[in-house]
Write a protein that binds this ligand. Structure first.
Ligand code: SF4
Ligand code: SF4
Length: 155
């Protein structure tokens, strides 16, 4: 059952990406799966309507709870971060007054954090995969995950 629910969530992501104009091939690559599976999602052949309904209910939860559920379903941080990015338009922000310039967050595995000319750290949202590593490394809680929109399934 957990795999089915994850398929339901992936199907919702696939439909959203398709509405944004992405090709099946691009969606398959993004979700690390094959085009046949994406085709099933987009044509409503898989997963079942019941599974889709449960998945939709999960995505109506406050984002932080939905993210925890998606993470435990996928057990794959990369896929989790990709799903979250599509559903919630998420990004990492720096609270500048909390930053002590320690540089711990520069360990970002995707090189998404840099210093600007004043030494302040800045997050490049295009590179960020929302893996959460910098947030756990920061000693002052200066980094936080921001959900720019609650997931609206119809958008
Ligand atoms: S969340 Fe991950 S990818 Fe994004 S800036 Fe932090 S460490 Fe880098
Ligand atoms: S880890 Fe936190 S305190 Fe250190 S430089 Fe990054 S944002 Fe600033």
């Amino acid at each position: 059952m957990p795999e089915h629910i994850l398929s339901g969530i992936k199907a919702i992501v696939a439909m959203k990406l398709r509405r944004e104009g992405k090709l099946q091939k691009e969606i398959a690559e993004y979700l690390n799966t094959n085009r046949a599976e994406i085709s099933h999602y987009l044509q409503g052949r898989h997963p079942s309507k019941r599974v889709l309904k449960v998945s939709e209910e999960i995505l109506k939860l406050p984002p932080q709870y939905a993210v925890m559920i998606i993470n435990s379903l996928s057990n794959d941080k990369e896929i989790t971060s990709r799903i979250i990015k599509v559903l919630y338009n998420t990004r990492v922000e720096v609270e500048k007054d909390k930053c002590i310039f320690c540089g711990e967050c520069l360990e970002c595995p995707y090189k998404a954090i840099e210093r600007d000319s004043s030494g302040t750290v800045v997050v490049n949202s295009n590179r960020c995969r929302v893996c959460g590593r910098c947030i756990s490394l920061c000693p002052t809680d200066a980094l936080k995950l921001v959900f720019l929109n609650n997931n609206k399934l119809g958008e």
